[in-house]
Design a binder for this molecule. Structure first.
Ligand SMILES: Cc1cc2nc3c(=O)[nH]c(=O)nc-3n(C[C@H](O)[C@H](O)[C@H](O)COP(=O)(O)O)c2cc1C
Length: 404
C-alpha cells in the first residue's frame, strides 16, 4: 500500500512511501523513519569527540537519514567498552559534540546519542586488535586493562576479567552518573537519548539471570532485576527536557537457556513506556561474551523484526528494529507489515552513506529534491544526460572495448 501522491519542486509526481513519511515524536519531526544505528568507532581519546566523529556521523545526515544516533557513550570512565569510546562523564566532553549536533541539524537529521555503561564487558580491545578483553599484553600498545564492575562477580566468558560486585551505594552513584551524562547530552544539543540496555552491558546484565545472582533488592525476582534500569530511566527523564525523546535499546531476548526471554521484555517495556520512554529499540543477545552460544537467534535479513513486531503488538508503543536491513523495499515492507515504526541501519550505512537517498530512489523513483543542494543540484542536472547516453546504448567502457 502506498501512502499518497505528491508533486515535487520539479513537478514530477512521486509515490510517497511510509518509510519517507515524516515522524513526529515529542518536540521534533524526523524527515523519514530511518535511523542510523549507534556504532562504536574506537576513535576517541579521553572520551572526546573529534573530526572523525563529525565526518562519520555527518555523512549520514548528508545521505538523508532522519535520525543519527552517536555510538555508545560512556557515563563513567570505567564504563567504556574500549579506551576509544566517546564519553560524557566530564563537562569538557560537551563542547566538541556541539559541532556535531549543529551539523546534523543543519543537514536535516535529528541528532541522538546512545548512553551506556559497559559493566563486566568494559575494558575490551578494539575489534581489529582481537575484540576480546584487554590483557597485560595490550600494555605494549598503551592500552592496559582497567577493573570492571557488574551486578555479580561472574566473568562474561572464559578469559574475561572477574568483575567486582557493585554495592547498593555504588549502584546509586551510577544512576547519578547517567543523570549527569543526560544533562550534558542536552547541553551538547542532542534531541534523542538511546539507552544502551542491550548486548550484555551493565543495564542488560542486571536484567538477565545469566549475570545477576544478587540476593538484595536488585536481584532475584523480575521486579528486583528491573529496579536498576528503571531507576536510571527515571533519573534521566527527570533532567531530560519534555520535548526531547528517549529511546531504549534492549536485548529483547538472550537466546540462551535460563536467560532473559521475549515475554520478560514485554513486561519491562510496559514499565519503560509508563516512565516516559518513547521508542523501544529492539536488538538481542550478548548476555555472555561468546555470541556463538546465542543459539536461538538466527541472523538472517531483518532478523529482529519478529521481536519488534511482538513488542509493538504487546505494548502498543513505538518500536525500532535493526539487523540486516539492506534494501529500501525491505524497509518499506517491514513498516507496511506493522512490524516496526522506525528502521535502524548500521553496516549498510557504512557501506553506503547515501543509503537513505538511494532507498528513496528505489521506492519512489529518482528525485534529487531531498538531497542537500550542494550535491542534489548537480545530480539533478546530470540525470537527463546519463539517461540520454544510456538510451543511445552508450556505456562508460565503450572506448576501451576491442572493436568488433
Ligand atoms: C562497527 C559497529 C559498532 C557497533 N556499535 C554499537 C553501539 O555502540 N551500540 C549498539 O547498540 N550497537 C552497536 N552495534 C550494533 C549495530 O548498532 C546494529 O544493531 C547491528 O550492526 C545490526 O544492524 P546492521 O545489520 O544494520 O548492521 C555496532 C555494530 C557495528 C558494526
Amino acid at each position: 500500500m502506498i501512502a499518497r501522491n505528491v508533486t515535487t519542486r520539479m513537478n514530477r509526481p512521486v509515490q510517497k512511501s511510509l518509510l519517507f513519511s515524516p515522524l513526529t515524536i515529542r518536540g521534533f519531526t524526523s524527515r523519514n523513519r530511518i535511523m542510523v544505528s549507534p556504532m562504536c568507532q574506537y576513535a576517541a581519546e579521553h572520551g572526546l569527540a573529534n573530526d572523525y566523529h563529525l565526518v562519520h556521523l555527518g555523512r549520514y545526515a548528508l545521505g538523508g537519514a532522519g535520525m543519527v544516533i552517536a555510538e555508545a557513550t560512556a557515563v563513567e570512565e570505567c564504563g567504556r567498552i574500549s579506551r576509544g569510546d566517546l564519553g560524557l562523564w566530564r563537562d569538557d566532553q560537551v563542547e566538541p559534540m556541539r559541532k556535531i549536533t549543529a551539523f546534523l541539524r543543519r543537514y536535516g537529521a535529528v541528532p541522538g546519542i546512545q548512553l551506556g555503561h559497559a559493566g563486566r564487558k568494559a575494558s575490551t580491545q578494539a575489534p581489529w586488535h582481537g575484540n576480546g578483553p584487554l590483557t597485560d599484553a595490550d600494555r605494549a600498545r598503551d592500552d592496559p586493562p582497567w577493573p570492571v564492575v557488574a551486578p555479580s562477580a561472574i566473568p562474561a566468558g572464559e578469559g574475561w576479567q572477574t568483575p567486582r560486585e557493585l554495592s547498593e551505594a555504588e549502584i546509586g552513584e551510577i544512576v547519578v552518573s547517567y543523570r549527569e551524562a543526560a544533562r550534558r547530552a542536552d547541553e551538547a544539543g542532542f534531541e534523542i537519548i538511546d539507552f544502551h540496555g542491550a548486548h550484555g552491558y551493565l543495564l542488560h546484565s542486571f536484567l538477565t539471570p545469566i549475570s545477576n545472582l544478587r540476593t538484595d533488592g536488585y536481584g532475584g525476582s523480575l521486579e528486583n532485576r528491573m529496579r536498576f534500569p528503571l531507576q536510571v530511566v527515571d533519573a534521566v527523564r527527570s533532567v531530560w527536557p519534555e520535548g526531547k525523546a528517549i529511546f531504549y535499546r534492549l536485548s529483547t531476548l538472550d537466546g540462551i537457556e535460563g536467560g532473559w526471554a521475549l515475554e520478560d521484555s514485554a513486561i519491562f517495556c510496559r514499565e519503560l513506556l509508563k516512565r516516559g520512554v518513547d521508542v523501544i529499540d529492539c536488538s538481542s543477545g550478548g548476555a555472555i561474551a561468546d555470541r556463538s552460544r546465542d543459539v536461538r537467534i538466527r541472523r538472517g535479513f531483518g532478523f529482529h523484526t519478529p521481536y519488534s513486531a511482538y513488542l509493538r503488538k504487546e505494548t502498543g508503543g513505538l518500536v525500532a528494529t535493526v539487523g540486516l536491513i539492506v534494501e529500501g523495499q525491505q524497509a518499506e515492507a517491514i513498516l507496511q507489515a506493522g512490524e516496526a515504526d522506525i528502521i535502524a541501519i548500521g553496516r549498510e550505512f557504512q557501506d553506503d552513506p547515501n543509503w537513505a537517498h538511494h532507498a528513496q530512489a528505489e521506492i519512489e523513483g529518482e528525485n534529487f529534491d531531498a538531497w542537500h543542494q550542494e550535491s542534489g543540484w548537480w545530480l539533478d542536472k546530470r540525470a537527463p544526460l546519463l539517461r540520454k547516453l544510456r538510451d543511445n546504448g552508450e556505456t562508460p567502457m565503450d572506448r576501451y572495448m576491442p572493436a568488433k
